[in-house]
Every structure is written in structure tokens, then in C-alpha cells.
Design a protein around this ligand. Structure first.
Ligand code: MN
Length: 139
């Protein structure tokens, strides 16, 4: 998975596995979804429960919370604030899913970015990423 995968994933490029296509009702190829989930599990499993974010000079940090399946909101934030990179770190404070219509797409986009830039994209699990909550949440 290349460092550009996250941007490609979120772009509207015709040859990219893009979220814009997902929004239009297309499905991602199973192989891509499986690859994202497996690779993300592999890098997340050894991570500590609490990850410290130390900003270096020139770096900025954006904290995003409660996306709740709102893919349009995530893409709007990226369009206004820029893609994550080594000078623009993001912390996503949980509640990625439930309530909104695109929880799977939001999670896959966040995972894709974390895979590409694990030291720039931080994901904190919210209570809606707990089985007991999201198995009972009605949208
Ligand atoms: Mn919430």
C-alpha cells in the first residue's frame, strides 16, 4: 500500500477506489476492503491503548470527533484542512459509525489513512466502536 493510497482512496480520480464512487452507490472490490482491514489490524494490534502525540516544530494537529458515519463531513474537513501528512496530523476521536449512512466508508477511509501515515493519523475508539453499542444502535 503506497503512501498515496489514502489520498487516492478519498479522491474522485476515475481509477481510484474512491469514496466518491462509494457515495454514488458503487461497492469497493472485496480484495481492497480485505486488504485494508487485515493490514490495519496488523498495525493496530500492537499499539498501546493510549498513544501520545508529540508535535514537532511546524506540525499542526487537527482533532475531529463524532463523525458518526457522515462521510460528507469527513471529505469536507479534508477539503478545507488538507489531507493528513507529516506536517498536518489528525486525531479522530471515536464514534466513527452509527447514526449516519456511511459508517463503513468512514471507517475504511480512516483506516486507509492510518495505514499510509500511522504516525500522522491517530484513531481513538469511541463507545460506538464497541460491540455492545453499535449492535443496538438504530439509525
Ligand atoms: Mn458521539
Amino acid at each position: 500500500m503506497t503512501a498515496q493510497f489514502g489520498a487516492q482512496f478519498c479522491s474522485a480520480a476515475p481509477d481510484a477506489p474512491s469514496l466518491a464512487r462509494l457515495q454514488a452507490g458503487s461497492k469497493l472490490p472485496r480484495a481492497i476492503v480485505t486488504q485494508i482491514l487485515r493490514r490495519c489490524f496488523a498495525i493496530q494490534q500492537p499499539m498501546p491503548n493510549v498513544r501520545r502525540v508529540d508535535l514537532k516544530p511546524g506540525q499542526r494537529l487537527t482533532v475531529v470527533g463524532d463523525l458518526h458515519g457522515q462521510l460528507a463531513d469527513l471529505l469536507h474537513i479534508f477539503s478545507q484542512n488538507g489531507w493528513p501528512d507529516e506536517n498536518s496530523l489528525y486525531v479522530f476521536n471515536g464514534d466513527f459509525v452509527d447514526r449516519g449512512p456511511c459508517g463503513v466508508e468512514v471507517v475504511l477511509a480512516l483506516y486507509a489513512w492510518q495505514l499510509c501515515l500511522p504516525d500522522c493519523v491517530f484513531l481513538n475508539r469511541g463507545n460506538h466502536e464497541d460491540m455492545s453499542i453499535n449492535s443496538t444502535c438504530v439509525t
